[in-house]
Design a protein around this ligand. Structure first.
Ligand code: DHB
Length: 390
């Protein structure tokens, strides 16, 4: 059994874990990040593409390693489409803020490169099994190394940034899980080789269901359409996928091209019952899951990191435990606002099989209350671009 000692043991090399280790390193606090996946797997998993302004500003602290502003594209608005009409939500005019289209796996490449260039301890293929001595000041992560040998990391703080199937969560919440919501639909996502069909994102509500027209680059596009959670993505022909998308964005002729990637994203809302116990804390998807509408997942992880890194600086540099004591309460304020926003965008835009004619007309009334009211539009713009970080 190899034992490693460090100040902060971070389980999970996703955006939350890597960003936290970066913020700690900036403050001179040593940490180790482990992940059971390989570097190639982490850097190639397709996820959402929208960064809030505050997330981009946080990534700016990576210096030249963040390509969000250079390779990514600034978006000053989105379009809501319903009843055959498009309505632009102008972020710049409403809240003076913007978002950046820059996919999560590109963020991860930047973060990994920055961590490795900084000589940080980042280990792939290392699987956390459990946390021991959870109630003490020296909790230990029990893991299996890339070579299959047992490995133990003893730290002053253990952070679970290990995603929705978190192993660390067990040490924080025990048998108590959290607050859940399931949705009766999913997104069918595609990546295709084609020029963009629109300059900005289109969130479209149609009688056939929801569609999102997003982008990636001049030659690659990302689009989604609402589907049944149990569909088999391989059962669709390319023509069927284009028909499904096209029917859901009346008024736009989509630029079609070869579809080279397809996936089904299930919808869930979740907040863990507890985010901290003693010297163990949860951030990112280990602490919460949001449905994808509104792209809050990675942005919420970045916001957790801001709150936790401040608490860990106070604890580990000044011996002041007060911010760690209030970490969960502070983080949960934003988490529940983002939960509400993601649920609201989802329920306002999707169509359920059991919707009555009343439900359908009420939904159109809700969409009109957003686009025809400056207050309504401003709430959407404020939440979408992200509430200010502390
Ligand atoms: C993307 C995903 C989202 O969930 C969203 O709300 C906007 C964009 C994307 O993958 O491009």
């Amino acid at each position: 059994m190899t034992t490693i000692r460090t100040r902060v043991a971070i389980v999970g090399a996703g955006p939350a874990g890597l960003l936290l280790s970066h913020q700690l390193a900036e403050a001179g606090i040593e940490s180790i990040v482990i992940d059971r996946r390989s570097r190639a797997e982490i850097e190639s998993t397709i996820r959402a593409g929208i960064l809030e302004q505050g997330t981009v500003e946080l990534l700016d602290t990576l210096g030249g390693f963040s390509r969000a502003r250079t390779t990514g594209a600034r978006h000053d608005g989105i379009e809501l489409r319903f009843a055959g009409e498009g309505h632009r939500i102008d972020f710049a005019q409403l809240v003076g803020r913007a978002v950046w289209l820059y996919p999560q796996h590109e963020v991860l490449k930047d973060l990994v490169a920055a961590r490795l260039a900084g000589g940080q301890d980042l280990r792939f293929g290392v699987t956390a099994v459990r946390v021991d001595d959870a109630a003490s000041d020296r909790p230990r992560v029990i893991a299996t190394g890339a070579d299959g040998a047992p490995l133990e990391i003893e730290a002053e703080v253990v952070v679970g940034a290990d995603g929705s199937r978190s192993v660390v969560r067990e040490a924080v919440s025990g048998h108590r899980t959290g607050y859940f919501r399931e949705y009766p639909f999913a997104w069918f996502g595609i990546l295709c080789e084609a020029p963009p069909s629109a300059e900005e994102l289109i969130y479209s509500n149609s009688p056939d269901g929801f569609a999102l027209i997003s982008q990636r680059s001049a030659t690659v596009q990302r689009m989604y359409f609402q589907c049944d959670p149990d569909v088999d993505p391989d059962a669709f022909s390319e023509a069927q996928m284009w028909d499904a998308l096209q029917a859901r964005v009346p008024g736009t002729t989509l630029q079609e091209g070869p579809i080279f990637q397809r996936d089904v994203l299930r919808f869930r809302s979740f907040v863990a019952q507890d985010l901290r116990k003693g010297r163990i804390a949860l951030i990112g998807d280990a602490a919460h899951t949001v449905p994808p509408t509104g792209a809050k997942g990675m942005n919420l992880a970045a916001a957790d990191v801001v709150v936790l890194s401040r608490a860990l600086r106070a604890l580990l540099l000044e011996g002041d435990e007060r911010l760690l004591d209030t970490f969960a309460e502070t983080a949960l304020g934003r988490i529940w606002k983002a939960q509400h926003f993601s649920w609201w965008m989802t329920s306002m835009l999707h169509v359920t099989a059991d919707a009555s004619e009343f439900d359908r007309r009420r939904q159109l009334g809700e969409l009109r209350s957003v686009v025809e009211s400056e207050a309504g539009s401003r709430y959407l713009a404020e939440a979408y671009t992200g509430w200010p970080l502390e």
